[in-house]
Design a protein around this ligand. Structure first.
Ligand code: GUN
Ligand code: ZN
Length: 434
């Protein structure tokens, strides 16, 4: 077969490490190869075997570098790129002081296009090949984002954010216009090329019950769309929700009562949960998305990875930029590790890498399609230099196995560790010679 043959160390996963134990699901090949053809992965195996079987393939030799699935960022806000790392506020004040003023600026389509291009280029430079992004309330903000992703061949999830109260006048839609605009975007984008539409109520405080109801009805009409929102990020927010929705049993119930709880639902943060909420998330097969750099940066709390995964709840991993303080899924894995430590459960490097690829892809119902280094998956791949800085190199140089070799990059790496990024079978960020 012709096509491209990537040589290096390979790392792939064949199951859920939280359910089965990382030892039985991780597969590392020290001198491995990945064969790509027509935008898909054809085979992963020993370099010598795949070379002998595919003498016509173009060879890309990455030496000691690690070839793995491209990172999947399961929750972020492209409109907030310009306000990442803004000082000193917690969630509600941060939204009012930094986020809403910036999201108003995306009223200008030219500015929205600039931010969409910048954000997707930053994602690729950091080895992230799929993102699930919130847009702004402007219909064009979603159009522009899907166009920018399509121009890069990227598989993305996105949706127009809906808000009809507790937001500045110019960032408010209505129950009807949120329904109509989201329906128009679904018709235009959902399933087109590599796009998935996510119906996107920002969070219960910025939607009236009528708007949640309208979006629940829309989801029932388009059940193969995703639905993304926020859930129980800060205690003040949870208390506010209980005053806004006095009938609700808890925060999740504000969504559930309006048809917005389901298997294809994605609930960002999910830190301060009741037992009932956990049970319902588990029963419905919904996914929660861990946003560790955001949770420490905005001061939200410590996500219960151990408890939630033990209950069988699907978990994705995400940057949550600009609430999150980094575009890097490596930095995000480091923060997830640190939060695990604070909760007495250090995550193994295999678990961290699984969350950043397979786990996030599963939360987006894209398992086996992206975030997977195996035959049939789309060829979205990242090649990591495990010695990208002197500080990392001196530590990985004395490693005795792949986990000890990769862990310093997870803890200390950034975009300098990304030697190459492949999207849909094309190399979009080149690698210098190893
Ligand atoms: N809750 C509602 N909107 C947002 C947002 O934009 N970022 C974060 N981190 N939390 C939110
Ligand atoms: Zn968010």
């Amino acid at each position: 077969m012709t096509g491209d043959l990537l040589l290096g160390q390979t790392l792939s996963f064949h199951g859920d490490p939280f359910a089965e134990g990382w030892e039985s699901v991780a597969r590392h090949i020290r001198r491995g190869a990945v064969l790509i053809s027509d935008g898909r992965i054809e085979a992963v195996g020993e370099a010598d075997d795949l070379r002998a079987a595919n003498p016509e393939a173009r060879v890309h030799d990455y030496g000691e570098r690690l070839i793995t699935a491209g990172f999947v960022d399961a929750h972020m806000h492209y409109p907030q790129t310009g306000i990442v790392a803004s000082w000193g506020k917690r969630l509600i004040d941060w939204l009012e002081g930094y986020t809403f003023p910036e999201e108003i600026r995306l009223e200008n389509p030219a500015y929205a296009a600039e931010v969409a291009d910048l954000t997707l280029d930053l994602a690729l430079a950091h080895g992230t090949t799929t993102v699930a992004s919130f847009c702004t309330i402007h219909l064009h903000s979603a159009d522009i984002f899907f166009e920018a992703a399509s121009a890069r061949g990227m598989r993305v999830v996105a949706g127009k954010t809906c808000m009809d109260r507790n937001a500045p006048e110019s960032l408010r839609d209505t129950a009807q216009s949120a329904y109509d605009d989201s329906a128009a975007l679904i018709a235009k984008w959902h399933g087109r090329g590599r796009a998935t539409y996510a119906i996107t109520p920002r969070f219960s405080p910025t939607s009236t019950p009528e708007q949640l109801e309208a979006l629940g009805a829309l989801w029932a009409e388009h059940p193969d769309c995703l639905m993304q929102t926020h859930l129980s990020e800060q205690t003040d927010e949870v208390a506010w929700v209980s005053t806004l929705y006095p009938e609700a049993r808890d925060y999740l119930d504000t969504y559930e009562a309006h048809g917005l709880l389901g298997e294809r639902g994605l609930y960002g943060h999910a830190i301060h949960l009741t037992e009932r909420e956990r049970a319902r998330l588990a029963e419905t097969g919904a996914a929660v998305v861990h946003c560790p750099t955001s949770n420490t940066f905005i001061g939200s709390g410590l996500f219960d990875m151990e408890g939630l995964t033990r209950q069988g709840i699907n978990v994705g991993l995400a940057t949550d930029t600009g609430g999150g303080s980094s575009f890097s899924m490596l930095r995000t894995m480091a923060a997830a590790y640190e939060i695990g430590q604070l909760r007495g459960r250090p995550l193994h490097p295999a678990e961290l890498l699984w969350l950043a690829t397979e786990g996030s892809a599963r939360s987006l119902h894209l398992q086996g399609t992206v975030g997977h280094l195996g035959p049939g998956a789309e060829a979205d791949i990242v090649v990591l230099d495990l010695a990208s800085t002197p500080a990392i190199a001196q530590r990985s140089g004395r490693a005795e196995d792949i986990w000890e070799q990769v862990f310093p990059t997870l803890m200390m790496g950034d975009d300098r560790a990304v030697a190459a990024t492949w999207v849909g079978g094309l190399e979009v960020q080149g690698a210098p010679d190893p």
